[in-house]
Design a protein around this ligand. Sequence first.
Ligand SMILES: C[S@@+](CC[C@H](N)C(=O)[O-])C[C@H]1O[C@@H](n2cnc3c(N)ncnc32)[C@H](O)[C@@H]1O
Length: 257
Amino acid sequence: MSKKVFDTYSKYYDLLYRDKDYAAEADYICRAVKDFIPGAKTLLDLGSGTGKHDEEFSRRGYQTTGVELSEMMHREALRNRDKLKGSGKYPEYKNADIRKINLRKKFDVIVSLFHVINYQTENEDLNLTFRNVNRHLEPNGVFMFDFWYGPAVLHEKPLKRLKIIKDEHLKIKRRTTPFLKINENKVDVKFNVSVKNKDTGKELTFEETHSMRYLFIPEIELLLGNNGMKLVHYEEWMTGKKLTEKSWSAFAAAKLK
Ligand SMILES: C[S@@+](CC[C@H](N)C(=O)[O-])C[C@H]1O[C@@H](n2cnc3c(N)ncnc32)[C@H](O)[C@@H]1O
């Protein structure tokens, strides 16, 4: 993924996803952490965006570090962190590429949430990311991520969508047009966004295309295996149900071999 992809989008990201229940997602992850590695203290979040999960992990007592490629998303995370002042532990943030960063320390838990792994669209991107996870994971640590589950993407097919979000100052309309690239296991998701400022009447429009790689269990096993890890669990994201051709969002957990 290029550094520029989330640039304009970053300003509106938190508003566009204000209904996303980051607290419930953090609870779901923390329950899994307790199963896999009770007593875990340190947590690395790869592709941490504006830091919404990290606030929740810090609040639950984890010493949290987030790594984010987009400078603009990273800046939003720092701004969000400033608002937490006085409320206990704070996450640490690095503006860097999860495929390359070397923090020279290891973590009990590594997470990568809200489709970050799908943004690693080439085999080499996935290999570098998983290799880097291996480098940063404590020997008994756990790596957990969510991803678009290939069988469901092909069965359900990505659809055009319209999302409208308002607050007291802005009205945002986001049109999503997906292009399925069936031989590349990718969907190019084109966002056409218009942002109307209700105070000034001015309207800004912009377009971003996010390329997403959907994944299948055997290739995840292979990619993890090539990078010294093994898949230890997978299920439907947030429900814990068995994966089916209707489970668009999946959850996976891996450990070192
Ligand atoms: C959909 S957002 C999710 C952000 C955050 N995890 C959340 O749950 O709100 C995907 C994020 O992954 C980041 N990302 C994608 N590829 C990356 C890479 N190679 N290194 C670091 N960050 C990356 C993007 O910049 C973007 O902020």
